[in-house]
Write a protein that binds this ligand. Structure first.
Ligand SMILES: *[C@@H]1O[C@H](CO)[C@@H](O)[C@H](O)[C@H]1NC(C)=O
Ligand SMILES: *[C@@H]1O[C@H](CO)[C@@H](O)[C@H](O)[C@H]1NC(C)=O
Ligand SMILES: *[C@@H]1O[C@H](CO)[C@@H](O)[C@H](O)[C@H]1NC(C)=O
Ligand SMILES: *[C@@H]1O[C@H](CO)[C@@H](O)[C@H](O)[C@H]1NC(C)=O
Ligand SMILES: *[C@@H]1O[C@H](CO)[C@@H](O)[C@H](O)[C@H]1NC(C)=O
Ligand SMILES: *[C@@H]1O[C@H](CO)[C@@H](O)[C@H](O)[C@H]1NC(C)=O
Ligand SMILES: *[C@@H]1O[C@H](CO)[C@@H](O)[C@H](O)[C@H]1NC(C)=O
Ligand SMILES: *[C@@H]1O[C@H](CO)[C@@H](O)[C@H](O)[C@H]1NC(C)=O
Ligand SMILES: *[C@@H]1O[C@H](CO)[C@@H](O)[C@H](O)[C@H]1NC(C)=O
Length: 352
């Protein structure tokens, strides 16, 4: 059997619905004497300091100068990293994909069964790195041959890591999972009939917001809802699906911030991403986005590229307040990944 079943039932602390069985991670341990997480587990950096992060973000502009405060090479072949959570700069947990067969386009404007390419094949992993970028452990979350093998953006709420495992092609299917960061064991929460590639968890409302292919729309889920536990078909009914009204960038990885007084206590997240326009200009940036409506509330283009030439916002991203200053974390390169940590220079000119 591929995954041994552990305890039959568990409780999600914020609600009382019975969770599906925990699935044991297929884990490789690289540093056996090192804990996966510091104890007690750190509070999530973005949500812990969201008002200060929002206040500082909203002082920046297009001409802000960014200071590279840290650069850490992550050990091993990181495949394609897609999502990342920074745990107090002591641990970095990264969602990575390894492809064993690439997808192939069905041809220009050819759509078969709602999608435009073959399924391809691969594995989704969560890798845990220490402060120096040394690998502590790596857990494969998908079975060999699974059609859903692609992990997207991830979020950490102080207790669980939230992720989506999807087919690696638009308008297909996905499974929402929640992972215990202490063991990397996980639970399948629900299945959906669209691709999902990003997720955040609002602990106050116990809602999830998920983004589909290209973040073209957001699907929200109420974790307290019976519809999630008892889908009438194989797929669950979400709370709502809204169209993303902005096309300047496609978000890749988002982090839940909070219900900010700056935005009338609406729930907001910070998202990083990029888009290549028809004239081949690529624009990357970070924005504060309403989790339910996808309306961008504040946006900043980021021109930085990695030493290997990748736009800094192409894949994983996180944000935290360190010694009172907002830091942005990026992991742009495939296979041989380096973490780039930036702070805005405080006296950057505010220009246009
Ligand atoms: C890899 O994908 C191609 C389609 O892109 C398919 O024809 C081929 O059979 C696949 N190979 C394997 C080993 O699955
Ligand atoms: C499209 O869906 C049908 C019905 O599920 C299936 O038999 C067929 O193989 C699918 N085609 C492709 C190219 O995946
Ligand atoms: C998504 O796929 C379904 C069939 O699988 C199809 O009915 C629907 O039109 C597709 N939607 C888009 C936007 O392509
Ligand atoms: C466990 O993960 C490894 C890759 O890390 C993979 O090669 C292997 O097939 C996986 N085993 C199972 C049973 O899923
Ligand atoms: C969990 O979801 C994955 C898709 O990510 C699927 O391949 C697997 O069969 C599911 N496992 C169970 C026990 O439902
Ligand atoms: C969300 O995206 C899917 C395609 O993946 C599309 O079928 C659906 O119409 C979209 N919904 C909204 C509200 O835009
Ligand atoms: C964009 O780049 C592609 C290949 O990299 C090229 O084929 C295409 O002509 C370019 N388009 C424009 C508008 O420059
Ligand atoms: C925070 O500031 C203190 C005092 O200046 C310094 O010792 C410490 O290294 C700083 N922490 C980080 C993460 O930079
Ligand atoms: C990663 O890149 C660095 C610097 O370019 C190089 O020294 C190193 O050999 C590379 N490692 C791998 C595994 O490719």
């Amino acid at each position: 059997m591929l995954f041994s079943r552990r305890t039959g039932l568990a409780l999600l602390s914020a609600s009382c619905w019975l969770m599906p069985s925990a699935l044991a991670a297929n884990i490789t341990v690289y540093q056996p004497n090192v804990a996966l997480l510091p104890s007690p587990p750190p509070a999530p950096g973005p949500a812990k300091d969201f008002e200060a992060i929002i206040e500082q973000f909203n002082r920046l502009g297009r001409s802000t100068v960014w200071n590279l405060v840290k650069k850490i090479r992550f050990e091993g072949d990181s495949g394609e990293p897609e999502g990342m959570v920074n745990l107090g700069e002591e641990r970095y947990i990264v969602g990575e994909n390894h492809y064993t067969n690439v997808t192939a386009s069905y041809g220009k404007n050819v759509i078969i069964n709602g999608t435009d390419r073959t399924p391809g094949a691969g594995y989704a992993h969560l890798a845990v790195y220490d402060a120096q970028g040394k690998r502590i452990a790596d857990a494969t979350l998908t079975a060999p041959g699974a059609i859903q093998y692609h992990i997207g953006g991830i979020d950490y709420d102080g207790e669980r890591i939230w992720a989506t495992i999807a087919q690696y092609r638009p308008n297909t299917t996905a499974t929402i999972i929640s992972v215990d960061p202490f063991t990397l064991n996980y639970q399948n929460i629900t299945s959906y009939n669209d691709h999902l590639g990003g997720i955040v968890h609002d602990k106050q409302t116990n809602q999830l917001s998920t983004l589909n292919w290209g973040a073209r729309n957001a699907t929200t889920w109420n974790l307290n809802s019976g519809a999630l536990r008892h889908p009438s078909s194989g797929f669950s009914q979400p709370l709502a699906v809204v169209r993303n009204p902005t096309f300047f960038i496609d978000y890749q990885d988002c982090k839940f911030l909070g219900h900010s007084r700056v935005y009338d206590y609406r729930a907001v997240m910070m998202c990083s991403g990029l888009a290549t326009y028809p004239n081949n200009v690529t624009v990357g940036g970070v924005g504060i986005v309403d989790t339910e409506t996808m309306v961008p509330l504040s946006e900043l283009p980021l021109p930085m590229v990695s030493d290997l030439g990748m736009p800094i916002t192409v894949n994983p991203f996180d944000v935290a307040l360190v010694n009172g200053t907002m830091r942005l974390y990026f992991l742009p390169d495939q296979h041989n990944s380096t973490l780039y940590v930036y702070e805005p220079v405080q006296d950057s000119p505010y220009e246009y």
